[in-house]
Design a protein around this ligand. Sequence first.
Ligand code: F6P
Length: 544
Amino acid sequence: MTAEPSLTQTAAWKALQSHYDKIADVHLRELFATEADRGTKLSLDVVGLYLDYSKNRLTAETISLLVELAEASGLRERIGAMFSGEKINVTEDRAVLHTALRAPEGSVINVDGENVVPAVHAVLDKMSAFAAKIRGGDWLGYTGKPIKNVVNVGIGGSDLGPAMAYDALKHYSDRNLHFSFVSNIDGTDMAEAIHDLDPEETLFIIASKTFTTQETLTNAHTARLWCLEALKDDAAIAKHFVALSTNAEEVSKFGIDTENMFEFWDWVGGRYSFDSAIGLSLMIAIGGDNFKEMLAGFHEMDTHFRTAPFEQNLPVLMALINLWYNNFFGAETQAVLPYDHYLGKFSMYLQQLDMESNGKRVTLDGTPVDYQTGPIVWGTPGTNGQHAYYQLIHQGRKLIPCDFIGFCQSLNPLGDHHDKLMANFFAQPEALAFGKMAEEVKADGVAEFQISHRTFPGNRPTNTILIDKLTPGALGKLIALYEHKVFTLGTIWRINSFDQWGVELGKVLAKRIVPELSATSEPLLEHDSSTNALITRYRQLKRK
Ligand code: F6P
């Protein structure tokens, strides 16, 4: 059997490389000048999301070459394999079925010969009933008081999704309830979260797929102790702790009745899980109906991704444009810049989704890759970033492709805030694309010595995503868009976007160090000389 040629040796890749050599230096000014309707032609209006990708350094030919690459990579078949429950997560021998979490009732998706959709809906119903009880004040704490505070304890996918989505959909949340999200093993996170809370009115949601994660278990034990110190009876745990997990055995070992466990399955990856039971805190905040609307949004994007031709397929197009910069222009990062304050944690959420998924260096069969894979994803909501790091995006030497995300309607229409926000939202991609040339700066009467400093080269690529309003459905669509974008890229790069072995080594080493830090007599340190010295210094100083 002859080995598959490296991706960079395929005809589709080589065609893109020679196309790149031709158009790499073409300026967006020129592209817009030669194509009068570029701004509307290079746009997509699907499932309620409008994408303007005209301010990218590409032509119609680039898109068709990129689409050929996607076709050649077997993307169509891979999409089919994922949606139908094939075990495409080969290193863990698992199906990848977050799309089943939002499949409508009555759908049939089989894993190992069993339709998983009825179980998904049974858990959603159980979550809805529980959320309604908390929201209605009908779930009483151990001393008979209704729950006022909900603390989600989890990390990674068991934290970032619900924490991001809670902020994103806060407008729809029950303001009589207080929510916090504890993730860090730093005791400060838990200490601050419980500082002003009354244990009699507090519910802890322990969210962990494996229920073995050091951070979450440590935080959960601390929360348990805090509760028991006040309530003085183990029986109180049943009223103040619930678990979200795939691991019933560990949940009951911890002391949570599995009656109070909301289940999900090993075919849901951690970073793809907030629309599973992991979203319980969010559902309590926004209610079962809003949660369902969000799932419907996810599903709409799933269907679009599964069925639309690649040229008109939002996640595929965004992935291909990202690949164009990542692999041909050598861009190292991707900024995601939401112009909505509610999306304050969106980029943080995307960091796990994208970088844990596509931060890989070998193909599915273990061969090292000779091309770049996942980008560094970063960003904060506009307009704050404009007064921090946009300087570098405009005038620095690095090429930073940006996704701008904005909404036509404000959820908080205060005076003219929204028009001003959106004016910035439209102005930034315009400035980045077209810049301001030296002669234009000079024509403004700028002193000679300042001209080069005040010149903007432009030709900085952006996508603009414009959505009517930040609703639960819109959030679902947006998240599914990025999920499928990541999947598309992983497929073309031939990597497994669904494992995360890269996080293991640090975990193992930390476990070995814990007893060395707490030992009362001097431990024998057998690390490298740097780590040994650091541990020794820490041990000396922590006692002072
Ligand atoms: O960071 C590694 C990781 O396994 C993530 O993939 C996951 O979301 C997180 O840890 C938390 O895992 P768990 O939900 O099992 O506690």
